[in-house]
Design a protein around this ligand. Structure first.
Ligand SMILES: [Zn+2]
Ligand SMILES: [Zn+2]
Length: 141
């Protein structure tokens, strides 16, 4: 895991919302829990845990929608109200911010340090990783 202080920018797909992160990653992981799979619509969430004061909105903060999960395990979610992309969100305690790593413009190679809720991972995940790797769309045959 990277121990360096990072200076990164990110935003949503449509560009309405932009933010800057300047600080250290407290932890960065793939979360395979059921809630993260539902909320991202894919195999796992990819989140970096940071101090809220290390994230600054550059533009579009009023386009950030939030959803607070009633369950205890998951905290909440934030997304662009125009394009639906995941964006940094505060924990219920407001102690931490979780930055969806895919929303960053770039990130260091060694950012991810663990897979959490590994035993809850999708039953189709391990097999999927072993399948054919295509550099782009599959060839039309
Ligand atoms: Zn957007
Ligand atoms: Zn999770």
């Amino acid at each position: 895991m990277s121990n360096d202080s990072l200076e990164l920018e990110g935003g949503c797909y449509c560009g309405a919302v932009r933010y800057r992160f300047h600080g250290k990653s407290q932890a960065a992981y793939f979360c395979h829990c059921e809630q993260c799979r539902k909320i991202t619509g894919t195999a796992h969430a990819s989140n970096m845990q940071v101090k809220p004061s290390d994230v600054q909105w550059l533009c579009g903060e009023n386009s950030v929608s939030t959803f607070d999960c009633p369950s205890e395990r998951y905290f909440s979610n934030a997304f662009c109200s125009k394009c639906g992309s995941g964006l940094p969100f505060l924990s219920k305690s407001r102690q931490w911010m979780f930055v969806p790593i895919g929303s960053l413009d770039n990130a260091p190679d060694d950012l991810i340090s663990m897979n959490i809720f590994w035993d809850d991972r999708a039953n189709w995940y391990d097999d999927g990783l072993t399948q054919k790797k295509c550099p782009g769309f599959p060839d039309e045959e």
